[in-house]
Design a protein around this ligand. Sequence first.
Ligand code: FE2
Length: 326
Amino acid sequence: MSSVLPVGGAGSEPRLGRIQHVALTTTTPLAEVGEFYSHWGLTPVDTGEPDSSIAFRGRGSLTHAPHHIVRFLAGDHVGLGHIAFGASSRGAVDALHARWSSAGVEIRSEPASLDELGGGYGFDAADPEGRVLRVVTEMETADPVPPGAPLPLAITHVVLNTVDIDLLCGFYVDVLGFAVSDWSEHQMVFLRNGTDHHTIAFNQAAHASVNHVAYELDSVDHFLQSVGRMKSAGVEPLWGIGRHGPGNNAFAYYGDPAGFVPELTADVQQINEPGWIPRVWRRIPSQSDLWHLAGPPSAEFRAAGAGSPDPNCHPPRWTPSPPNSA
Ligand SMILES: [Fe+2]
């Protein structure tokens, strides 16, 4: 489980914190989505508008217990609503807003108290393909849940399909402050903003969309119990079980009824070395799955992970600053 690198404070740059939640839009009846995610091990959170949105909390931990970790909104398409990242304080939110604004990042809403599920104080920005990134602090937290249950704690990473992996990688590193952990050939890049091997990853694709959303268990034993819980509910993985080379995490990918791919994962590699040197992994079964159980990605996983073009995304709009010639 991740610890977060310093956020704000004297003498340090403000940094994005952990993923608080992901909002996803779907055309599927929400009751059907809710049934799947109850099997997944999440707990419903009252949105006050059950016909238009449902939300779920994870088990959480002592240091990270977001009000909700995923919210599904009824809509006319399948796509990303936003990814919300934590910040340590209002000062950190304001500092990130100022830095991103001066770098030319598209700001969708100015820092303010949020009249949204879980409240808080934050702002919305957009990445070069139009994905909405929210920076938020002071959201309500979920009540503690006694440890021990084999339930997803929180969202540990989101993988996004992009039409320009180099441009998006450059933006997230140079402007947003992420670091490259590894590459999977020139097909995927894994980016971290804490100690988890990746918080965001990009996959080169024909269109922009959500590839998958990963829910973390606190041990491989709990991971396997969760795979078993889904099996008991009649749901088998699209790909897995296995353990990835890049990130070293256990994986099992599913297809949800909302049109997304949720992943069960555990034992994510922690990177603490400031001198970490990214590796380029080969895309062969023995490096995709160190357990040699999963085989190559299934056609079902590839199709579900590709998703459909997100109508809220657009061709990349970003001109990187020229390298400093000084
Ligand atoms: Fe993943």
